[in-house]
Design a protein. Structure first.
Lengths: 122, 232
């Protein structure tokens, strides 16, 4: 898998987002051991120092932690993961609603449209 | 952080032509550095100076505490722009040659890379395509456990799949004690692998920054910035 990045933002910021996504989606489950920096950097084909920087930031946020001898793990705190998942969802919703408002939709129209669309998806 | 390579006031002239002037650079351990500039900006001159293939007109270069010479060659792994290997040799001959010559050459690793690229050890260089020869040369360079890798245009002559392989080899080979300097003008391919970038223009350093600082501060990729700085 080759991860793609937007050209106008720092790569480490995009790595943080990407890894968060992998955690909330369950690809990296709660409490599981993360691949080594080398393996992850190689998979994402990014600079290992950049990846290290992203992981340090996630560590600071508490989403991952390091066990000195055995590597880096996803937090066991499922509530925290849920919270992050919610934050990511809100970010996406805000992006969409902002666009729709620009297009001239009212709140009611937006809700109705989203609801009908979700029903159609099933 | 200790610098593996440090140069101050480096200048090189060829006759009346200034190839490099007033170059002050310091590369730290554990960094992957892109030496970027258009054709004729002085990239290869800089790398040749670091290898002691040519001598500075003025200024100094210090590699791991020493001037370029026999001792630095033992810790510097250099990928030249052009191939220097003898055409009549087999890949296995060259592997043995490097194994004899460099104490830090890991022949097992070289064989592993060779087979992952599907190149036979018994093949003669003469029978290999230009791109395949470049791959063999890169294997020789990356199979050394050097402190400083100087790669002059490693991705210029190979296809995109081989380019990916080269970049992933550089990442897999990453070591906190080693520094990798890559000269190229193919920036978009290589940007995500770099820590720092140096822009060379007409023999002078016009920019020295980390990739993320450029993206954060200017809101654009290194590739976009390069196109702006070197607009023709």
């Amino acid at each position: 898998m080759n991860w793609s990045f937007q050209p106008d933002r720092p790569i480490y910021v995009q790595l943080i987002e990407r890894i968060k996504l992998l955690i909330v989606s369950g690809a990296y489950p709660a409490g599981s051991r993360l691949p080594s920096v080398r393996d992850m950097a190689s998979e994402a084909s990014v600079n290992p120092n950049t990846l290290q920087k992203a992981l340090s930031e996630l560590e600071r946020e508490g989403l991952v932690y390091t066990q000195r001898t055995s590597g880096r793990f996803v937090t066991e705190d499922e509530n925290m993961i849920k919270q992050v998942k919610k934050e990511l969802a809100i970010e996406q919703i805000e992006l969409v609603t902002k666009k729709l408002i620009e297009m001239g939709f009212s709140k009611e129209e937006m809700l109705a449209l989203i609801e009908s669309r979700i029903k159609e998806m099933k | 952080m200790m610098a593996i390579l440090q140069c101050s006031n480096l200048e090189k002239t060829f006759g009346y032509k200034k190839a490099l002037s007033g170059v002050n650079l310091s590369f730290e351990k554990g960094r992957i550095v892109g030496l970027l500039g258009p054709n004729g900006s002085g990239k290869s001159t800089f790398i040749k100076l670091c290898n002691g293939l040519i001598t500075p007109t003025n200024g100094t270069i210090i590699i791991d505490g020493k001037a370029p010479g026999i001792e630095t060659k033992a810790i510097v792994s250099y990928l030249p722009e052009q191939t220097y290997l003898n055409d009549w040799m087999k890949v296995s001959d060259i592997f043995n040659f490097f194994d004899d010559f460099y104490a830090d050459f890991d022949i097992a690793r070289a064989r592993e890379m060779l087979s992952s690229l599907g190149i036979g050890e018994k093949e003669r260089l003469k029978t290999l395509s230009k791109g395949t020869k470049e791959k063999v040369q890169l294997i020789l360079v990356m199979a050394r456990q050097a402190k400083l890798y100087l790669l002059d245009e490693p991705i210029g002559g190979v296809d995109p799949a081989a380019r990916d392989y080269i970049l992933s080899t550089i990442i897999k080979n990453y070591n906190q004690d080693a520094t990798v300097v890559i000269s190229t003008h193919l920036i978009s391919d290589i940007e995500r692998v770099l820590d720092d970038v140096v822009f060379l223009k007409n023999g002078e350093v016009v920019l020295l920054s980390t990739v993320d600082d450029i993206r954060e501060g200017k809101g654009k990729s290194v590739d976009a910035l390069f196109r702006e700085v070197f607009k023709c």
